[in-house]
Design a protein around this ligand. Structure first.
Ligand SMILES: Cc1cc2nc3c(=O)[nH]c(=O)nc-3n(C[C@H](O)[C@H](O)[C@H](O)COP(=O)(O)OP(=O)(O)OC[C@H]3O[C@@H](n4cnc5c(N)ncnc54)[C@H](O)[C@@H]3O)c2cc1C
Length: 285
Protein backbone atom coordinates (compact mmCIF):
# COMPACT_ATOMS: atom_id res chain seq x y z
CA UNK A 1 0.00 0.00 0.00
CA UNK A 2 1.45 3.37 -1.04
CA UNK A 3 0.77 6.64 0.76
CA UNK A 4 0.53 8.35 -2.61
CA UNK A 5 0.36 7.30 -6.22
CA UNK A 6 1.07 10.07 -8.68
CA UNK A 7 -0.05 9.62 -12.26
CA UNK A 8 2.19 11.67 -14.50
CA UNK A 9 5.94 12.25 -14.54
CA UNK A 10 5.93 15.80 -15.90
CA UNK A 11 6.84 18.89 -13.84
CA UNK A 12 3.66 18.71 -11.70
CA UNK A 13 3.79 15.03 -10.81
CA UNK A 14 7.56 14.85 -10.34
CA UNK A 15 7.64 17.91 -8.09
CA UNK A 16 4.82 16.45 -5.98
CA UNK A 17 6.71 13.15 -5.75
CA UNK A 18 9.89 14.91 -4.63
CA UNK A 19 8.06 16.84 -1.90
CA UNK A 20 6.14 13.79 -0.66
CA UNK A 21 9.28 11.66 -0.61
CA UNK A 22 10.97 14.31 1.53
CA UNK A 23 7.97 14.11 3.87
CA UNK A 24 9.01 10.43 4.19
CA UNK A 25 5.95 9.12 2.39
CA UNK A 26 5.88 5.92 0.33
CA UNK A 27 5.39 7.26 -3.19
CA UNK A 28 4.87 5.64 -6.57
CA UNK A 29 5.10 7.81 -9.66
CA UNK A 30 3.65 6.29 -12.84
CA UNK A 31 4.34 7.76 -16.28
CA UNK A 32 3.74 6.43 -19.74
CA UNK A 33 5.91 8.86 -21.71
CA UNK A 34 7.48 12.32 -21.63
CA UNK A 35 4.19 14.23 -21.82
CA UNK A 36 4.29 17.84 -23.06
CA UNK A 37 8.04 18.18 -22.38
CA UNK A 38 8.71 15.43 -24.90
CA UNK A 39 7.47 17.82 -27.61
CA UNK A 40 9.47 20.82 -26.41
CA UNK A 41 12.74 21.59 -28.15
CA UNK A 42 13.72 24.86 -26.44
CA UNK A 43 12.91 26.13 -22.97
CA UNK A 44 14.24 29.61 -22.26
CA UNK A 45 11.84 30.90 -19.62
CA UNK A 46 12.35 28.47 -16.76
CA UNK A 47 14.29 29.68 -13.75
CA UNK A 48 17.95 28.79 -13.35
CA UNK A 49 19.05 27.64 -16.81
CA UNK A 50 21.54 30.04 -18.37
CA UNK A 51 21.47 28.17 -21.68
CA UNK A 52 18.43 26.82 -23.47
CA UNK A 53 17.38 23.43 -22.19
CA UNK A 54 15.32 20.89 -24.14
CA UNK A 55 12.09 19.46 -22.72
CA UNK A 56 13.38 15.86 -22.58
CA UNK A 57 16.56 17.02 -20.84
CA UNK A 58 14.62 18.94 -18.18
CA UNK A 59 12.24 16.01 -17.69
CA UNK A 60 15.09 13.49 -17.29
CA UNK A 61 16.76 15.72 -14.72
CA UNK A 62 13.52 15.86 -12.71
CA UNK A 63 13.05 12.10 -12.84
CA UNK A 64 16.68 11.42 -11.90
CA UNK A 65 16.36 13.83 -8.97
CA UNK A 66 13.18 12.08 -7.79
CA UNK A 67 14.85 8.67 -8.07
CA UNK A 68 17.93 9.86 -6.17
CA UNK A 69 15.64 10.91 -3.32
CA UNK A 70 14.01 7.47 -3.28
CA UNK A 71 10.84 7.89 -5.36
CA UNK A 72 9.75 4.69 -7.06
CA UNK A 73 9.25 5.51 -10.76
CA UNK A 74 7.28 3.15 -12.95
CA UNK A 75 7.08 3.43 -16.74
CA UNK A 76 3.63 2.11 -17.47
CA UNK A 77 0.24 3.33 -18.62
CA UNK A 78 -2.64 3.70 -16.18
CA UNK A 79 -5.83 2.23 -17.61
CA UNK A 80 -8.33 2.57 -14.78
CA UNK A 81 -8.77 3.70 -11.19
CA UNK A 82 -11.18 2.48 -8.51
CA UNK A 83 -11.58 4.49 -5.36
CA UNK A 84 -13.21 2.45 -2.68
CA UNK A 85 -12.04 2.07 0.04
CA UNK A 86 -8.49 2.89 -1.17
CA UNK A 87 -7.37 3.96 -4.63
CA UNK A 88 -6.73 0.93 -6.81
CA UNK A 89 -4.74 1.85 -9.91
CA UNK A 90 -4.64 -0.62 -12.79
CA UNK A 91 -1.88 -0.30 -15.38
CA UNK A 92 -1.10 -2.36 -18.45
CA UNK A 93 1.29 -4.47 -16.37
CA UNK A 94 0.02 -4.41 -12.79
CA UNK A 95 -2.22 -3.13 -9.99
CA UNK A 96 -1.26 -0.83 -7.15
CA UNK A 97 -3.15 0.54 -4.13
CA UNK A 98 -2.71 3.81 -2.35
CA UNK A 99 -4.24 5.98 0.36
CA UNK A 100 -4.13 9.09 -1.82
CA UNK A 101 -3.81 9.85 -5.50
CA UNK A 102 -2.58 12.77 -7.54
CA UNK A 103 -3.64 13.33 -11.11
CA UNK A 104 -0.86 15.07 -13.07
CA UNK A 105 -1.52 13.73 -16.54
CA UNK A 106 -1.15 17.00 -18.42
CA UNK A 107 -3.56 18.13 -21.08
CA UNK A 108 -4.66 15.78 -23.79
CA UNK A 109 -7.53 16.06 -26.15
CA UNK A 110 -8.90 13.05 -27.94
CA UNK A 111 -10.98 14.52 -30.69
CA UNK A 112 -11.38 13.07 -34.14
CA UNK A 113 -10.75 15.09 -37.27
CA UNK A 114 -13.99 13.68 -38.71
CA UNK A 115 -16.48 16.18 -40.14
CA UNK A 116 -19.22 17.13 -37.60
CA UNK A 117 -17.35 15.54 -34.65
CA UNK A 118 -17.80 18.57 -32.38
CA UNK A 119 -21.53 18.79 -33.15
CA UNK A 120 -22.17 15.34 -31.70
CA UNK A 121 -20.13 15.38 -28.49
CA UNK A 122 -22.75 14.62 -25.82
CA UNK A 123 -25.24 13.78 -28.57
CA UNK A 124 -24.18 10.21 -29.16
CA UNK A 125 -20.42 10.68 -28.75
CA UNK A 126 -19.45 9.51 -25.27
CA UNK A 127 -16.15 9.47 -23.41
CA UNK A 128 -17.20 7.02 -20.70
CA UNK A 129 -18.42 3.43 -21.16
CA UNK A 130 -19.15 2.89 -17.49
CA UNK A 131 -21.18 6.12 -17.29
CA UNK A 132 -23.20 5.80 -20.51
CA UNK A 133 -23.03 2.12 -21.56
CA UNK A 134 -26.32 1.24 -19.87
CA UNK A 135 -28.18 3.88 -21.91
CA UNK A 136 -27.18 2.05 -25.09
CA UNK A 137 -28.06 -1.51 -24.02
CA UNK A 138 -28.82 -3.72 -27.05
CA UNK A 139 -28.02 -0.82 -29.39
CA UNK A 140 -25.45 -0.52 -32.18
CA UNK A 141 -22.26 0.62 -30.50
CA UNK A 142 -19.20 2.07 -32.22
CA UNK A 143 -15.98 2.19 -30.19
CA UNK A 144 -12.95 4.17 -31.36
CA UNK A 145 -9.47 3.09 -30.27
CA UNK A 146 -6.70 0.67 -31.05
CA UNK A 147 -4.98 -0.41 -27.84
CA UNK A 148 -5.38 -1.36 -24.18
CA UNK A 149 -7.63 1.57 -23.22
CA UNK A 150 -10.06 0.56 -25.97
CA UNK A 151 -9.85 -3.08 -24.81
CA UNK A 152 -10.75 -1.96 -21.27
CA UNK A 153 -13.79 -0.01 -22.50
CA UNK A 154 -14.83 -2.89 -24.77
CA UNK A 155 -15.04 -5.26 -21.79
CA UNK A 156 -17.42 -2.82 -20.07
CA UNK A 157 -19.55 -2.31 -23.19
CA UNK A 158 -19.96 -6.06 -23.73
CA UNK A 159 -22.19 -6.04 -20.64
CA UNK A 160 -24.67 -3.87 -22.50
CA UNK A 161 -24.69 -4.93 -26.14
CA UNK A 162 -23.36 -7.61 -28.46
CA UNK A 163 -23.49 -5.30 -31.46
CA UNK A 164 -20.16 -3.53 -31.10
CA UNK A 165 -17.86 -2.42 -33.91
CA UNK A 166 -14.32 -1.21 -33.27
CA UNK A 167 -13.08 1.74 -35.35
CA UNK A 168 -9.31 2.16 -35.20
CA UNK A 169 -9.57 5.42 -37.17
CA UNK A 170 -6.67 4.57 -39.45
CA UNK A 171 -4.38 3.22 -36.69
CA UNK A 172 -3.02 -0.31 -36.42
CA UNK A 173 -4.80 -2.54 -33.95
CA UNK A 174 -2.37 -3.58 -31.21
CA UNK A 175 -4.67 -5.80 -29.11
CA UNK A 176 -6.83 -8.82 -29.94
CA UNK A 177 -10.59 -8.26 -30.03
CA UNK A 178 -13.53 -10.56 -30.76
CA UNK A 179 -15.67 -7.90 -32.47
CA UNK A 180 -15.68 -6.57 -36.05
CA UNK A 181 -12.93 -4.05 -36.74
CA UNK A 182 -12.90 -1.17 -39.23
CA UNK A 183 -9.38 0.07 -39.90
CA UNK A 184 -10.30 3.06 -42.10
CA UNK A 185 -10.20 6.61 -40.82
CA UNK A 186 -13.59 8.03 -39.80
CA UNK A 187 -14.30 10.87 -42.22
CA UNK A 188 -17.73 12.03 -41.22
CA UNK A 189 -20.30 11.69 -38.50
CA UNK A 190 -23.94 11.91 -39.53
CA UNK A 191 -27.21 12.32 -37.66
CA UNK A 192 -30.00 14.75 -36.88
CA UNK A 193 -30.45 15.49 -33.18
CA UNK A 194 -28.15 12.59 -32.32
CA UNK A 195 -25.57 10.50 -34.13
CA UNK A 196 -26.84 7.70 -36.39
CA UNK A 197 -24.12 6.99 -38.98
CA UNK A 198 -20.37 7.03 -39.50
CA UNK A 199 -18.56 7.29 -42.79
CA UNK A 200 -15.22 5.45 -42.81
CA UNK A 201 -13.35 4.62 -46.00
CA UNK A 202 -15.96 4.17 -48.71
CA UNK A 203 -18.59 2.68 -46.37
CA UNK A 204 -21.32 4.03 -44.12
CA UNK A 205 -21.99 2.34 -40.78
CA UNK A 206 -25.16 2.65 -38.69
CA UNK A 207 -24.45 3.41 -35.03
CA UNK A 208 -26.52 4.64 -32.07
CA UNK A 209 -23.49 5.80 -30.15
CA UNK A 210 -19.75 6.28 -30.57
CA UNK A 211 -17.57 5.67 -27.52
CA UNK A 212 -14.13 7.28 -27.52
CA UNK A 213 -11.14 5.34 -26.18
CA UNK A 214 -8.31 6.72 -28.30
CA UNK A 215 -4.71 6.46 -27.12
CA UNK A 216 -4.40 6.49 -23.33
CA UNK A 217 -6.93 7.62 -20.74
CA UNK A 218 -6.46 11.25 -19.72
CA UNK A 219 -7.38 13.12 -16.54
CA UNK A 220 -10.74 13.88 -18.15
CA UNK A 221 -11.40 10.19 -18.80
CA UNK A 222 -10.50 9.24 -15.23
CA UNK A 223 -12.60 12.10 -13.86
CA UNK A 224 -15.69 10.99 -15.80
CA UNK A 225 -15.36 7.46 -14.48
CA UNK A 226 -14.76 8.48 -10.87
CA UNK A 227 -17.35 11.26 -10.80
CA UNK A 228 -14.78 14.04 -10.34
CA UNK A 229 -15.96 17.51 -11.35
CA UNK A 230 -14.72 19.07 -14.60
CA UNK A 231 -15.12 22.67 -15.72
CA UNK A 232 -16.42 23.80 -19.10
CA UNK A 233 -12.93 23.35 -20.62
CA UNK A 234 -12.63 19.80 -19.27
CA UNK A 235 -10.12 20.79 -16.61
CA UNK A 236 -10.29 18.96 -13.29
CA UNK A 237 -11.81 21.19 -10.63
CA UNK A 238 -9.79 21.42 -7.40
CA UNK A 239 -10.26 23.35 -4.17
CA UNK A 240 -7.67 25.65 -2.57
CA UNK A 241 -5.89 22.50 -1.25
CA UNK A 242 -5.62 21.07 -4.80
CA UNK A 243 -8.09 18.33 -3.89
CA UNK A 244 -10.85 17.30 -6.28
CA UNK A 245 -14.36 16.56 -5.03
CA UNK A 246 -13.20 12.94 -4.51
CA UNK A 247 -11.70 12.77 -0.99
CA UNK A 248 -8.00 11.91 -1.21
CA UNK A 249 -7.71 12.59 -4.94
CA UNK A 250 -5.60 15.64 -5.73
CA UNK A 251 -4.62 17.18 -9.07
CA UNK A 252 -2.21 19.74 -10.49
CA UNK A 253 -0.43 20.98 -13.58
CA UNK A 254 -1.96 21.40 -17.02
CA UNK A 255 -4.87 19.03 -16.22
CA UNK A 256 -6.39 21.63 -13.87
CA UNK A 257 -6.02 24.44 -16.43
CA UNK A 258 -4.76 27.97 -15.76
CA UNK A 259 -1.29 28.97 -16.95
CA UNK A 260 -0.02 26.08 -19.06
CA UNK A 261 3.63 26.52 -18.16
CA UNK A 262 6.29 24.54 -16.32
CA UNK A 263 6.60 27.05 -13.50
CA UNK A 264 2.92 26.81 -12.65
CA UNK A 265 2.98 22.99 -12.86
CA UNK A 266 5.87 22.72 -10.41
CA UNK A 267 4.09 25.13 -8.07
CA UNK A 268 0.89 23.05 -8.26
CA UNK A 269 2.93 19.91 -7.54
CA UNK A 270 4.44 21.42 -4.41
CA UNK A 271 1.09 22.73 -3.13
CA UNK A 272 -0.67 19.43 -3.81
CA UNK A 273 2.07 17.46 -2.03
CA UNK A 274 1.88 19.66 1.08
CA UNK A 275 -1.90 19.22 1.15
CA UNK A 276 -1.60 15.45 0.59
CA UNK A 277 0.85 15.17 3.47
CA UNK A 278 -1.61 17.02 5.71
CA UNK A 279 -4.47 14.82 4.50
CA UNK A 280 -2.47 11.66 5.27
CA UNK A 281 -1.67 12.95 8.77
CA UNK A 282 -5.37 13.58 9.44
CA UNK A 283 -6.21 10.10 8.14
CA UNK A 284 -3.92 8.54 10.72
CA UNK A 285 -5.34 10.49 13.67
C1 LIG B 1 5.55 22.30 -27.86
C2 LIG B 1 5.48 22.82 -26.45
C3 LIG B 1 6.36 23.78 -26.01
C4 LIG B 1 6.30 24.26 -24.69
N1 LIG B 1 7.22 25.20 -24.28
C5 LIG B 1 7.22 25.64 -23.00
C6 LIG B 1 8.19 26.57 -22.52
O1 LIG B 1 9.07 27.00 -23.27
N2 LIG B 1 8.12 26.97 -21.22
C7 LIG B 1 7.15 26.51 -20.36
O2 LIG B 1 7.16 26.90 -19.19
N3 LIG B 1 6.22 25.61 -20.78
C8 LIG B 1 6.22 25.18 -22.06
N4 LIG B 1 5.28 24.27 -22.49
C9 LIG B 1 4.23 23.82 -21.54
C10 LIG B 1 4.75 22.79 -20.54
O3 LIG B 1 5.44 21.76 -21.23
C11 LIG B 1 3.57 22.22 -19.73
O4 LIG B 1 2.85 23.30 -19.14
C12 LIG B 1 4.04 21.28 -18.64
O5 LIG B 1 4.85 20.25 -19.16
C13 LIG B 1 2.83 20.65 -17.94
O6 LIG B 1 3.28 19.81 -16.93
P1 LIG B 1 2.35 18.63 -16.37
O7 LIG B 1 3.19 17.94 -15.37
O8 LIG B 1 1.04 19.17 -15.96
O9 LIG B 1 2.05 17.68 -17.61
P2 LIG B 1 3.01 16.97 -18.67
O10 LIG B 1 4.36 17.57 -18.66
O11 LIG B 1 2.26 16.95 -19.95
O12 LIG B 1 3.16 15.48 -18.10
C14 LIG B 1 2.07 14.58 -18.14
C15 LIG B 1 2.53 13.24 -17.62
O13 LIG B 1 1.38 12.39 -17.48
C16 LIG B 1 1.69 11.11 -17.99
N5 LIG B 1 0.43 10.43 -18.34
C17 LIG B 1 -0.65 10.91 -19.02
N6 LIG B 1 -1.61 9.96 -19.09
C18 LIG B 1 -1.12 8.87 -18.47
C19 LIG B 1 -1.64 7.55 -18.22
N7 LIG B 1 -2.86 7.18 -18.63
N8 LIG B 1 -0.85 6.68 -17.56
C20 LIG B 1 0.39 7.04 -17.12
N9 LIG B 1 0.92 8.27 -17.33
C21 LIG B 1 0.17 9.16 -17.98
C22 LIG B 1 2.61 11.40 -19.16
O14 LIG B 1 3.34 10.24 -19.47
C23 LIG B 1 3.48 12.50 -18.56
O15 LIG B 1 4.50 11.92 -17.78
C24 LIG B 1 5.32 23.78 -23.80
C25 LIG B 1 4.42 22.79 -24.23
C26 LIG B 1 4.49 22.31 -25.54
C27 LIG B 1 3.52 21.23 -25.98
Amino acid sequence: MYDAIIIGGGPAGTTAAIYLQRFKKKVLLIMKDMGALGKTAHIDNYYGFIDTITGPDLLNRGIEQAKRLGVEVLEDEVLSIDNFPDFKVKTINGEYTSKTLMMATGKTQTRLKAKNFNNFVGKGISYCAICDGFIYRNKKIGLVGNKEFMEEELEILKNFSEDITIFTNGMDLSVKVDKPVVLDEIQEIKGNEVINQLVAGDKTYDVDVLFMAVGSPSATDFALRLGAFLDASNNLVVDDQFMTNIPGMFAGGDCIGGLLQIVKSTSDGAHAAIAMNRYLKNMNK
